[in-house]
Design a protein around this ligand. Sequence first.
Ligand code: PLP
Length: 336
Amino acid sequence: MRPTLADIHAAANRIRGVADATPLVPSANLSDLAGAEGLLKLESMQPIGAFKLRGALNAVAGLEGAAGVTCCSTGNHGRGVAFAARQKRMRAVICMSRLVPQAKVDGIRALGAEVRIVGNSQDDAQAEAERLEAQEGLAQISPFDDPLVVAGQGTIGLEIMAARPDIGTLLVPLSGGGLAAGVALAAKAIKPSVRVIGISMDRGAAMYQSLRAGHPVAVTEVPSLADSLGGGIGLNNRLTFGMCRDLLDDIVLVTEAEIYRAMQAVYHNDRLIAEGACVVGIAALQAGKLDGKLADGPVATIITGRNPDMGLFTRVVTGQDVQLGDVTVKGERHGA
Ligand SMILES: *Cc1c(COP(=O)(O)O)cnc(C)c1O
């Protein structure tokens, strides 16, 4: 059940030429914050604007002859599955909650997939994907809790370690844990001393709460600047809970105000359009929450996606207030 380094190499062969070889670029801002060489792995350069294409391509590759595919998604996984299904001329039905930004819904429709908007949480969307699996015979691809998806995301770890075997610490955005589990598995298989730290937003940090409880727990899903990190890990989690428990050295949580400041920093200093979900590592550094937690050597983080709601993004980078459900993040100009 648990993927191995060999599975990650096999995934790398399957996705080659479509979803691999994203740039690993130096960041003066990350270097300053980390007090060590700082590197950004630009998964935002993927054809769908997010790393999830890796796992989706790897999972869909094994579905020759299926009637079609379905999944629940906070947006980027659905886009990856839609892309992979279109390549195979396969039907794709993507289930999402009303919390998913319209830009992500539009991106999925543009790839020719059917979209179902159901309920207010990932759990509601997942129930619909399960119904489609049972009633219409579509193959369901979990956004994270699937060995092929974890192996696909793990190819990011292979690429980082191949480019820079001297990496000391990897800061990995953490939601369902497919990314963190895959990257940690690959990186530690290659270099056991590498430190891998998962970062989540403090409101609805499903993996963090579950690891603390010792078993998967449900969390309340609320609007967040890191919308791609929303949702639970599944009460019947089979894979990523155990892998994150065994492979992550630490998990750190950041607030919405910290994510806000990090989105500004990445935009103004690195000149990147990055979702709130991908700047959480930088947010943790800016907030001093990683003091004493970094290993010797370069620090790399993964810019996981570039698909924010652009209206919200513009408000953040221009220093305006943003409203997230009943929480207001006070506007603050970058560098003020
Ligand atoms: C899905 C996603 C993540 C988190 O990945 P998990 O495998 O669920 O932990 C982080 N950033 C972005 C942009 C995502 O789409």
